[in-house]
Design a protein around this ligand. Structure first.
Ligand SMILES: CC(C)(COP(=O)(O)OP(=O)(O)OC[C@H]1O[C@@H](n2cnc3c(N)ncnc32)[C@H](O)[C@@H]1OP(=O)(O)O)[C@@H](O)C(=O)NCCC(=O)NCCS
Length: 201
């Protein structure tokens, strides 16, 4: 009984310290990170002023709700409709599996051709940003770039595609590939960074 009491007190103390540490860390974050990100996003969307701030928030909320519906849907046609409603350009006859992340802020920069398949847990990013570290943000400012996946490509599960990338026609990215440069037409790529291992004739 006595030892249980000591363990209990020890755990409460540990938890308390942890919560205190988290609170300090959170309150120490410079408040302007969110504002900087929001202003950059407004600039990219062509919005300004108070009305622009309202519009950017509504636009993000709409995009996020549609993405959430697409993300968890096991029905590819529904998922595709939701992604199109967010602004992703998607051709005919495509298949998008559940749990595919398509850039939350810049969906309109993603273009997917006809008959493209995208496996679960693929992530497609049309931007990069060092959101919470102002120093890193100066060194690596926000970058955006179109992602184009051309017709017939097969994006295997777990592929990660960074911004400013074109994936060629009928190209295949193997499971878990990390695509950081353009992929030519008719080839198979594997690994991190994705490299061509086969040509498909
Ligand atoms: C893309 C794919 C179909 C290509 O198949 P393939 O043409 O028969 O090519 P191979 O399997 O012979 O692979 C070619 C080379 O890439 C390597 N490789 C294959 N997949 C890899 C991966 N995910 N990561 C790293 N290397 C990989 C192989 O080891 C092989 O290397 P080697 O030549 O040094 O031996 C296959 O790599 C793949 O991703 N299969 C998984 C499919 C899957 O599980 N899909 C989930 C449901 S859709």
């Amino acid at each position: 009984m006595f030892s249980l009491n000591i363990i209990n007190k020890f755990l409460v103390h540990k938890c308390y310290n942890h919560i205190l540490k988290l609170t300090v860390e959170v309150t120490m974050q410079p408040e302007d990170n969110f504002k900087i990100a929001e202003q950059e996003l407004m600039k990219d969307y062509g919005y300004s002023g108070i009305w622009g701030r309202i519009k950017v928030r509504f636009r993000f909320m709409k995009s996020w709700i549609l993405h959430s519906l697409a993300y968890s849907s096991p029905v590819p046609s529904f998922s595709i409709s939701m992604q199109r409603a967010r602004g992703v350009k998607i051709g005919k006859g495509c298949h998008i599996s559940p749990y595919v992340l398509i850039d939350l802020l810049y969906p309109h920069l993603v273009t997917i051709g006809d008959n493209v398949s995208i496996g679960s847990n693929t992530m497609i990013f049309a931007h990069s940003n060092m959101s919470a570290n102002n120093n890193l943000h100066k060194i690596y400012p926000r970058k955006t770039g179109n992602v184009t996946i051309k017709s017939g490509a097969m994006i295997m599960p777990g592929t990660i595609i960074t911004n400013n990338i074109t994936i060629g026609e009928n190209a295949v990215t193997s499971v878990g590939s990390v695509v950081v440069s353009d992929i030519p037409d008719n080839c198979v790529v594997v690994g991190n960074p994705a490299r061509v291992v086969k040509k498909i004739s």
